[in-house]
Design a protein around this ligand. Structure first.
Ligand code: BG6
Length: 510
């Protein structure tokens, strides 16, 4: 990166994200030479920290989260010297003059410094902070020579369709669209970006990637952990808002979009938007039929008691918040008409895995004997996003020996086979893109609003109809059985990924 000066101003700097993700990602970038010589970080927040105490706290994060191969005490010490802290009441307009002065003191090239604001604070603060920055002249370039002013907005971006639209409107009063970077960290994952490359740089997949050859698609993102210490946020969010409206719909769009005309940010984002706009909205009657919600209950796994969601700290004893969602979506366009896309996500499931599985139609005429239960199984292409990132193609193969008996085997690629190649953390990739002004992997305002409009009828039905069930599922299981029925009624089934993901065909420890 050319030698310029970038100040990353992190609002909410004493929060978890800064310590766990942002500062370690910035260090990795520094280590790999992706930050300009004149970079600085200014943590901003209410906590009364000094530069020194902020650095100490961030050092703990580096010690825990930086990959061992990047640890270099001397370089870490130099990196930490570039971190600063400014205590202020971010909700008080009068404190922003002080922030402007502090930025001036840190400046190396006067107003030619670039400012990247990272909003990692509670969402109700996004619009007010943008307006206060604007009031003191920190949102606009002052001359053609002055540095950029960009803002990264963390999720959740809105709580429902009207609040997301409102937030867009507010932010656009102070920043222009090309200054706003709405983050969805799933788009920063290497294997998600590889879906684009796999689809659009190979000749063999795209001809099959449509309703003529694809029977259904499943997208699973399961987590083994429960809600942990985040009940304060999660209670009013739930799995639909927390995972489906953003991360899983992004995966769906990348898997379903038409080929963009180029790799330009807007070319890609236009195609993703078209998918969101083609998603068939559910009627209130369809919601209980197409969307299964669940909540984990207490269970014992291998002798170890697992807490119910309602027993977690900060969760209401009668909470109706869903920790699991399985749903069926249709994309009403020429390519996907009639092909169901099933989405599943949940906390306290047997293992942590995110994958997109494309189920191709079985061959129409079987001349060879197949293992029982395999008669109608087509090829599957598994795009594994995490862990053990890779791609797996399942296909029929002759069982060695007499006769012609068919069984399924996998042809697989694992990123780990690339050897020492560093797979950047999602935040590292996204921060770096924002510094370079590349918004491809960030969400455009119209797309965020479109995803909210798709989930809004589900939120409305749940809010207005108390008879829609919330199914319990034992912690450590794959969710309520109604999630299986959702597919079974269409003659389909979920793929159950093993814990031991690499040997997909063998013994499965759950
Ligand atoms: C976050 C959600 O956006 O994504 C969390 O708020 C979830 O609830 C997390 O655990 C999952 O991210 P990842 O990268 O671990 O799959």
């Amino acid at each position: 990166m050319e030698d310029k000066s970038i100040v990353s101003v992190i609002f909410g700097a004493s929060g978890d994200l800064t310590w766990r993700k942002l500062v370690p990602a910035l260090y990795d970038m520094y280590y790999r030479g992706l930050l300009p010589g004149g970079f600085k970080v200014l943590g901003v927040g209410r906590a009364q920290l000094t530069d020194e105490s902020f650095r100490e706290k961030m050092k703990e994060g580096l010690d825990r989260f930086v990959p061992a191969s990047f640890v270099d005490q001397q370089r870490m010490a130099h990196f930490l010297q570039q971190l600063h802290y400014h205590a202020m009441d971010t909700n008080a307009a009068k404190d922003y003059e002080g922030l402007r002065r502090r930025l001036g003191e840190l400046s190396q090239t006067a107003d030619r410094d670039d400012y990247l604001y990272y909003f990692a604070m509670p969402p109700f603060m996004y619009a007010p902070v943008a307006s206060y920055l604007h009031t003191v002249g920190l949102t606009r370039r002052t001359s053609a020579q002055s540095g950029f002013r960009r803002v990264i907005i963390e999720k959740p971006f809105g709580h429902d369709a009207p609040s997301a639209a409102n937030l867009n409107r507010e932010l656009l009063r102070y920043f222009s669209e090309d200054q706003i970077y709405r983050i969805d960290h799933y788009l920063g994952k290497e294997a998600v970006q590889n879906m684009l490359v796999m689809r659009f740089s190979n000749g063999i997949f795209e001809p099959l990637w449509n309703r003529n050859y694809v029977e259904y698609v499943e997208i699973t993102s399961s987590e083994a952990l429960g809600v942990g210490s985040r009940a304060g946020y999660y209670e009013s969010a739930g799995a639909l808002r927390d995972m489906v409206q953003n991360h899983l719909l992004q995966l769906l769009a990348i898997g379903a979009m038409d080929p963009p005309v180029s790799s330009d940010a807007n070319a890609i984002r236009n195609e993703m938007l078209k998918v969101f706009l083609s998603l068939r909205r559910m009627t209130p009657e369809q919601v209980p039929e197409y969307v299964i919600r669940g909540q984990y209950t207490g269970a014992v796994r291998r002798g170890e008691p697992l807490r119910a969601y309602r027993e977690e700290k900060g969760v209401a004893p009668e909470s109706k918040t869903e920790t699991f969602v399985a749903m069926k979506c249709y994309i009403d366009n020429w390519r996907w008409s009639g092909v169901p896309f099933y989405i599943r996500t949940g906390k306290c499931l047997p293992t942590r895995v995110t994958e997109v599985v494309v189920h191709f139609r079985p061959n129409p005429h079987h001349i060879f004997a197949r293992r029982s239960g395999m008669e109608n199984v087509g090829n599957q292409l598994v795009l594994r996003i995490q862990p053990d990132e890779g791609i797996l193609l399942r296909f029929g193969m002759k069982v060695p020996g007499a006769g012609f008996h068919v069984d399924q085997v996998s042809m697989d690629f694992h990123y780990s086979s690339l050897g020492e190649k560093h797979i950047p953390d999602a935040y590292e990739r996204l921060l770096s893109d924002c510094m370079m002004g590349d918004a491809t992997l960030y969400q455009r305002g119209d797309a965020v609003e479109a995803t909210w409009q798709y989930v809004q009828p589900i939120l409305d039905a749940w809010a207005s109809d108390p008879t829609i069930p919330l199914y319990g599922y034992p912690a450590g299981s794959w969710g309520p059985e109604q999630a299986d029925t959702l597919l079974a009624t269409d003659g389909h089934a979920w793929r159950y990924p093993c814990k031991n993901l690499t040997s997909d065909d063998g013994y499965c420890e759950l």
